[in-house]
Write a protein that binds this ligand. Structure first.
Ligand SMILES: Cc1ncc(COP(=O)(O)O)c(C=O)c1O
Length: 333
């Protein structure tokens, strides 16, 4: 509950504010009727087939998982046994947390100011000696696309190890390197259904990779599988992806509206290819002060300073609530 007793406006976890369509909810309900059962191999295979068709990859190169977070953890642990891990800074906090928790050499490559770019030559140098380079593209928390196809190809060629590209916001960004896995056996691409597909509560992720990585994770294939309701709902969601396109278009329109209004208030707003915006306000402890006004945003003060916030794009009403809380915040002494 927020300080005035109302529910918080939750714009802190980059979820989608719109629920999935009824046929997807219905499929999850059907899955719930078999709660005592694990998802069958057949259900997981069907889902794999549908995901392979959706992303244009070979079924044999795809692994379905219970979300991307768990997959990132497993991949980083797997490659940490081989050598050094390289991540960018800032990046999705789970990547940082897992990489820092391991007793392995960790290199962090800071995005460069003013526009928070990935410094290409230092990246290529670091990649030569790394067992794994991890890049979320677009990046969380900046929302920026960091790598294009040419840079990805060069990175894969220069890398001594593997390159993991986390494309969790792919549908919003509209560009992908997933088709490049077939030509670069050290490229791994991970994606989630938690964002544009509006299935965060079910946690379904997938990875497309070469044989070396698939073999390395094969003993975990069963353990990583999604649950029965998740597999059923994900399959239903992939049967008609029209709603995903609508979600992306609604979110993109709202994102531009919020960005414009916030800029007009004097806030620095970073361009985004995702369903969230990074902003720099004039206030210290900005996220805490917005919380006091009933709006939850992500607090990236460990990555930047406490003047920064990362706000997810919600419904028009939620975004308006955020904008009015932001206005109050900016007016503070
Ligand atoms: C870059 C990135 N990867 C992965 C995830 C989480 O994915 P999942 O819900 O599939 O675990 C997020 C969620 O915020 C994210 O920002």
């Amino acid at each position: 509950m927020s300080p005035d007793g109302r529910a918080f406006v939750e714009l802190n976890r980059n979820e989608l504010s719109f629920p999935p369509p009824e046929h997807v909810v219905e499929a999850a309900r059907k899955g719930l009727e078999r709660l005592n059962r694990y998802a069958t191999a057949n259900e997981v295979d069907e889902l794999k087939k549908a995901l392979a068709a959706y992303c244009g990859a070979a079924e044999s190169s795809l692994l379905v998982t219970s979300g991307v977070e768990i997959l990132l953890g497993q991949l980083i642990q797997f490659f940490a046994r081989r050598g050094q891990i390289a991540i960018i800074d800032p990046t999705f906090f789970i990547i940082t947390r897992v990489a820092e928790s391991l007793r392995t050499r960790l290199t962090k490559l800071r995005l460069t100011r003013p526009s928070l770019e990935l410094p290409m030559e230092p990246l290529m140098d670091i990649a030569k000696d790394a067992a794994l380079v991890v890049i979320d593209n677009p990046n969380n928390p900046t929302g920026k696309l960091l790598l294009d196809r040419k840079a990805t190809a060069k990175l894969c060629e220069r890398s001594g190890g593997a390159v993991l590209v986390d494309e969790s916001y792919y549908e919003f960004a509209g560009s992908s390197v997933i088709d490049m896995v077939k030509d670069h056996d050290n490229l791994i691409v991970a994606r989630t259904m938690s964002k544009a597909f509006a299935l965060a509560g079910l946690k379904v992720g997938y990875m497309v990779a070469g044989d070396d990585v698939l073999k390395g994770l094969s003993s975990l294939e069963v353990a990583l599988r999604p649950t029965t309701p998740s597999a059923c709902a994900a399959l239903a969601a992939l049967s008609d992806t029209g709603y995903v396109k609508k979600n992306v278009s609604k979110v993109s329109q709202e994102r531009e509206r919020v960005a414009k209004k916030a800029s007009e208030m004097g806030v620095e707003v970073f361009p985004s290819s995702t369903n969230f915006l990074l902003m720099r306000t004039n206030q210290l402890n900005a996220a805490i002060k917005l919380r006091e006004r009933g709006v939850l945003v992500f607090d990236p003060s460990r990555q930047f300073s406490s003047r920064y916030i990362r706000v997810s794009i919600g419904t028009r009403e939620e975004n308006d609530a955020f904008l009015s809380a932001l206005k109050e915040l900016l007016a503070m002494e």
